[in-house]
Design a binder for this molecule. Structure first.
Ligand code: FNR
Length: 368
């Protein structure tokens, strides 16, 4: 056992992990026919063998006609897709790891034309992907219920296939976040208007998933202040607003909050060093995952106009470990550094951090 806080075992109400490391969910577009194939089995197995405590898969689309917006992303419905995921799950378990799928609906990020759904438009709360620009389909009350059921089905299927938990993608300006954000949610029914109403879609999804998986199966909820449509967007501006936002999500059945920042070291509110995960852990009393440029010197988002995720050099873990020593957050998700270094965790655990490679654009060209 190491004194490094990353390598303390983690145990919470519904989840036990051998250490505090999490693979961040990362879309890779290497799943033809929307099936996670042998390439994905090998890719995720390598990270499990490399010591990661919990793998969160790339976003995987729930059973709704407009859930996907990108080519070759894996789905989590239908016999062949579920059989593909089962092979991934079994390989990760055989290598001593744990794994959760990230259940995903892209909402307005979908543009009509993306195959295999073709002409199906992007489904949104109010016809907008970018605030103020109405060029998408506005969901009906029935559409909302259909998507809630699709998430619940994905949760039940994930459990049946043998996954150890699920993560709901409520971040980065995709569908659930499009409901949270008043920039893209101007509905006048019970799913829009007040902040409370804008959270109703997420709350209904969490409750339906909880119902589908039972009380003991871990539900992770990922959310972010920033949106891909607007890096400066914020859902909450004060700790009080944060508490009002989190309490109903927590009560609906979230076990662990995954708090997405682009740079984990940035304080969330003035007057305190706590980052987003730090505040969330403090307010909810539930475990929180931090993420954002861990072990790297630059955040991942392309500048507007740039096509691929940003390259970054390796960086010291000192500040991360200091914050962990203070119990600011419970778990740490690592993204690009784990693409570049499948054995990132074992290298850090054995004091070989100097062997870690930087993250390069070429790393995205294959599923290695
Ligand atoms: C991502 N990210 C991401 N997030 C998410 O919630 N679902 C997803 O499917 C993806 N897809 C994705 C693909 C690629 C190639 C990258 C680089 C990132 C964001 C990711 O989970 C993480 O939050 C960021 O990468 C920040 O962590 P790092 O890379 O700075 O450690």
């Amino acid at each position: 056992m190491s004194a490094n806080p990353l390598f303390k075992p983690f145990s919470s109400a519904n989840l036990e992990l051998k250490n505090r490391t999490v693979m961040a969910p990362m879309t890779r577009n290497f799943s033809p026919d929307n099936v996670a194939g042998q390439n994905s089995v090998d890719y995720y197995r390598r990270r499990a063998e490399g010591g990661v405590g919990l793998i969160i898969t790339e976003g995987t689309c729930v059973n709704h006609i407009a859930a996907s917006g990108y080519p070759d992303v894996p789905y989590i419905h239908g016999e062949a897709r579920l059989a593909g995921w089962k092979k991934v799950v079994d390989a990760v378990h055989a290598a001593g790891g744990k794994i959760a799928p990230q259940l995903w609906h892209v909402g307005g990020a979908r543009k009509a034309g993306v195959m295999p759904e073709g002409d199906v438009p992007g489904f949104t709360p109010s016809g907008m992907f970018v605030a103020g620009k109405k060029n998408r389909y506005e969901m009906s009350a029935q559409d909302i219920q259909d998507v809630i059921q699709a998430f619940a089905q994905g949760a039940a299927d994930a459990k049946a296939v043998g996954f150890d938990a699920i993560e709901l993608h409520g971040a980065h300006g995709y569908l659930i976040d499009q409901f949270f954000w008043e920039g893209t949610n101007q509905r006048e029914d019970e799913y829009g208007g007040s902040a409370e109403n804008r959270s109703r879609f997420a709350i209904d999804i969490i409750k339906a998933c909880r119902e589908a998986v039972g009380p003991d199966f871990p539900i992770i909820f990922r959310w972010s202040q920033w949106k891909q449509q607007d890096y400066t967007a914020r859902l909450v501006h004060t700790p009080e607003e944060l508490e009002a936002f989190l309490t109903p999500l927590s009560e609906a059945g979230v076990d662990i909050f995954h708090c997405s920042q682009r740079r984990f070291w940035e304080p969330e509110f003035e007057g305190s060093d706590l980052n987003l995960a730090g505040w969330v852990q403090k307010i909810t009393g539930k475990p929180a995952i931090t993420v954002g440029s861990v072990g790297l010197n630059a955040d991942f988002m392309p500048k507007p106009g740039e096509a691929t995720f940003r390259e970054a050099e390796t960086a010291s873990l000192e500040q991360l470990l200091n914050r962990m020593d203070n119990n600011e957050f419970d778990l740490v998700a690592i993204g690009r550094a784990l693409i570049a270094n499948p054995d990132w965790v074992n290298k850090v655990a054995t004091d070989r951090a100097e062997e870690l490679k930087a993250f390069k654009k070429e790393d995205l060209l294959e599923l290695a």
